[in-house]
Ligand binder design. Structure first.
Ligand code: HEM
Length: 452
């Protein structure tokens, strides 16, 4: 027979009736991951909070993260809204992918505005969404811009702290906030665009009479998924809605996450001219005399890679990762975690913990130069792509985009701030939303670097 002591829940802050701890997290001046970081300093690395009707456990130390994502990986591998990753993984290994042309277009556009202040954030976001669109659809549809703007709005709406998420059984609230109506309206519009694009791709495929193997080599994600749908290589049947859901996953999980890394890297480098100079010197030395740059040329740039790692330590694009959920009752570190508890890993707190990192708040890419720590989710103090069986399947794709775009921006241009703004005053505020991007866009002045 189970003893009451076996059911001791993890410690946590004092709770108000009905709202639990929401007053400490939502609507306060700080963002949820900042507020949770502070609370966990008082209540420990495994902390229970009540988010409306939802009981959640917040994880803020490498040891507790290892317990959840390694020792008890299967028990916490549930994420009900997401499609089986095997479909995603099957698709993404097959995508023909080449960001080169898109990055070259961005560089050309920046050249045209040389000497003027440009909205760099917007350019980076356009670049990444174009690359993802090409990988998913093959080309840009007529509705590309509208589709991308719906995706952006949906990401901004869905930080998981909306009243409808927090009080799932209290339906009138969903109506009052209007969230469900807004999301539904966007869903209908996106669905229409997707129907149109999928139909066009199917028609193109019917007209295409190149060799079968050649066709497979150049497939985009939709073509891969449609092919898998019509074959019987998977033991589950894929429906058209599944195909659409995977497409949306790619846009929701693969666009803002990558573009904010490039934005934060440029922000940190502007505030740290020494690191900026070092990164540019490395690229300009490694690539000197090269007529065309290929994605593979990034492999010669260890300092650039360290800059990206350091950026993602301080600014993980998904600061609370994507929530997990306990599939069964579990005991972690002597505490009881009941089935269906939501588990959030505070990657933001892990990356800034002075117990794990020397001079934790400073931007020091050098710390990664001699450190073999990678993104593979084996060092639990550093897991910007997650870990275990629900780890990010887009790691290579996302990283390739980020590395190549950042390298080209640093190679081709020197960057200045608009008059009157000092590097140390550059604002570093984060926006609200599922992805921790910048609150205000970056406005910088590019000066072309003359390649010789
Ligand atoms: C710098 C870019 C990116 C970062 C930092 C990032 C980070 C993450 C993180 C932290 C998770 C949750 C992992 C976990 O629970 O252990 C995740 C999941 C996911 N990511 Fe990424 N991601 C990035 C780019 C991408 C790209 C480019 C794609 C696809 C095109 C993608 C697709 C996904 C999908 C589908 C999931 C859900 C996997 C599942 O539930 O099994 N991500 N990502």
């Amino acid at each position: 027979k189970k003893d009451k002591r076996d059911h001791k829940m993890p410690p946590g802050p004092w709770k108000l009736p009905i709202i639990g701890n929401l007053h400490q997290l939502v609507g306060s001046s700080s963002l949820p991951h900042h507020a949770l970081t502070k609370l966990s300093q008082n209540h420990g690395p495994l902390m229970q909070v009540q988010l409306g009707e939802i009981s959640a456990v917040i994880v803020s130390s490498p040891n507790m993260a290892r317990e959840i994502m390694k020792a008890h990986d299967l028990a916490f591998s549930e994420r009900p809204e997401f499609l089986p990753s095997k479909i995603i993984a099957y698709g993404s290994t097959n995508i023909a992918f080449a960001p080169y042309e898109e990055v070259a277009n961005m560089i050309e556009t920046i050249h045209i505005s040389a000497g003027e202040t440009i909205n760099l954030s917007k350019m980076i976001h356009n670049l990444i969404t174009t690359v993802v669109s090409r990988a998913v659809f093959g080309n840009l549809s007529q509705d590309h811009e509208q589709f991308v703007s719906f995706v952006k709005k949906s990401i901004a709406l869905s930080d998981g702290f909306d009243l409808a998420d927090l009080f799932p059984s209290f339906k009138p609230l969903h109506f009052i906030t209007g969230m469900e109506a807004k999301l539904y309206e966007m869903h209908v519009k996106m669905d229409k665009i997707l129907d149109k694009i999928i139909k066009e791709i199917e028609e193109r495929k019917l007209e295409d009479n190149t060799q079968h193997e050649q066709q497979e080599k150049n497939e985009n994600l939709v073509e891969v998924l449609l092919r898998v749908q019509h074959s019987d290589t998977l033991d589950t049947q894929i429906t058209l809605n599944n195909v659409k859901a995977v497409i949306l996953d790619m846009f929701f999980a693969g666009t803002d996450t990558s573009s904010v890394v490039v934005e934060w890297a440029m922000s940190e480098l502007m505030r740290n001219p020494r690191a900026m100079k070092k990164a540019q010197a490395e690229i300009r030395h490694a690539w000197r005399g090269k007529q065309t740059i290929q994605e593979a040329d990034v492999s010669e740039l260890p300092y650039l890679k360290a800059v990206i790692k350091e950026t993602m330590r301080l600014h993980p694009p998904l600061p609370l990762m994507l929530p997990r959920q306990a599939r069964e009752d579990c005991t972690i570190n002597g505490y009881h975690i009941p089935i269906n508890t939501k588990v959030m890993i505070n990657v933001y707190a892990l990356g800034r913990d002075p117990d794990n990192w020397y001079d934790a708040e400073s931007f020091l890419p050098e710390r990664f130069e001699k450190n073999p720590m990678d993104f593979k989710g084996t060092n639990f103090e550093y897991i910007p792509f997650g870990a275990g069986r629900r780890m990010c399947p887009g790691l290579n794709f996302g990283l390739a985009n980020v590395e190549f775009a950042l390298a080209m921006l640093l190679y081709h241009f020197n960057w200045e701030l608009p008059e009157g703004i000092k590097a140390e005053d550059l604002d570093m505020n984060e926006a609200q939303g599922a992805t921790a991007g910048r609150k205000n866009p970056l406005h910088f002045i590019p000066t072309p670097y003359h390649l010789s």
